[in-house]
Design a protein around this ligand. Structure first.
Ligand SMILES: [Zn+2]
Length: 343
């Protein structure tokens, strides 16, 4: 298999950088890529970290994975990218400072756009379209603690497409006890997701770790991330082995209760914890003057729901969401669900 100038033959592991754009900042945006070409043919898994530069739990898990993965025992291929947004990663920032854009929203990218458009274009056409499954790791960075598999809303849940059925299995196979989807257009348009799925790629996103859990639970989250990648490889039959999970059940939330910050700036103080049930009309948090502590606004919850991410969010300047809560959509049972996907 081949990505840019990098080529791996069956049974080989090769490492190199995919040239994506020429920067003027002195920081190279070229993307580190590990290719593991299985000894036998099979599907291709893409695992990627740090498309948001400060969210590195997945990156560490991927570095652990590449030390262990043995392509001579694999059916199919693994493309492992520890860091997609290299400029953001080196600066500890979510986006790309050179143009202020978020690569994850830009697929399929533009060959002659700004630097982020070019990165998205090359990465999409050289890497993403080669994958059958894409596992994209995010985290709460410094602002929140998170622990769920995120996936796209289905157009007609009673009548899921073939891609959506595979995605349901991968969401559960990953091994976490909770998963969530956002109703369409919760956070603006979904054009990047549509571009990826339009290319036939089944994608799941991990929101895992970060916030106050960064130090305390960092190692555990890295282990959970790595366990999830091995589970996905088993689901795709790239390797053999039993699934390992938090437990038999995976609760799937409709994360449709978003608390938006009012049109006043300040320090947001969350008063509700991860996993807590909050009734409609109850206080979710307060917004205070960051220098005097005076109350500026009280934020009320809008519908009975459970807090999905947790932590304290800063900065909270301008229009942003400060809370995501979910209502239970369904509970999947690993003991009875077929967790294998074929391509
Ligand atoms: Zn992210």
């Amino acid at each position: 298999m081949r990505v840019g100038n990098l080529e791996a033959r069956p049974g080989e592991h090769r490492f190199g950088y995919l040239e994506v754009a020429k920067g003027r900042s002195g920081l190279s945006p070229d993307i580190p890529v590990h290719l593991f070409a299985g000894a036998e043919p099979g599907p291709t898994l893409l695992v990627q970290g740090a498309i948001h530069g400060g969210e590195i739990i997945g990156s560490i898990a991927i570095l652990n994975l590449v030390q262990k993965l043995d392509p001579s025992r694999m059916r199919g291929n693994v493309i492992a990218v520890p860091v997609v947004n290299r400029i953001g990663f080196e600066l500890g920032e979510r986006g790309v400072r050179a143009d202020g854009k978020d690569i994850s929203r830009l697929f399929p990218g533009k060959a002659r756009g700004s630097i982020s458009d070019q990165i998205a274009y090359r990465y999409f056409h050289e890497v993403i379209v080669q994958a059958n499954v894409k596992v994209d790791f995010h985290a709460g960075a410094r602002t929140a603690y998170e622990r769920y598999v995120l996936f796209g809303a289905e157009d007609d849940p009673q009548n899921p497409t073939e891609l959506e059925l595979k995605r349901r299995k991968l969401v559960v196979a990953f091994g976490l006890d909770q998963a969530a989807f956002f109703p369409p257009n919760t956070f603006g348009n979904n054009s990047a997701k549509e571009a990826v799925e339009g290319a036939g790629v089944v994608q799941i996103t991990l929101e895992l770790g970060g916030g106050t859990g960064w130090v305390k639970n960092g190692a555990e989250n890295v282990a959970v991330a790595e366990r999830g990648i091995w589970n996905v490889m088993k689901s795709m039959r790239i390797i053999d082995g039993d699934f390992e999970a938090d437990g038999p059940l995976c609760t799937v939330y409709n994360a449709g209760v978003v608390i938006w910050k009012p049109d006043v700036d300040g320090l947001f103080i969350r008063q509700r914890a991860f996993g807590e049930h909050v009734k409609a009309g109850e206080v979710y948090g307060t917004l205070v003057d960051p220098y005097t502590g005076d109350l500026r606004a009280q934020l009320l919850n809008t519908k009975d729901a459970i807090v999905i991410p947790s932590g304290q969010e800063w900065p909270t300047i301008g229009a942003t969401s400060v809370g995501i809560l979910g209502q239970i959509d369904r509970i999947e049972d690993r003991r009875t669900m077929d967790l294998y996907v074929s391509f």
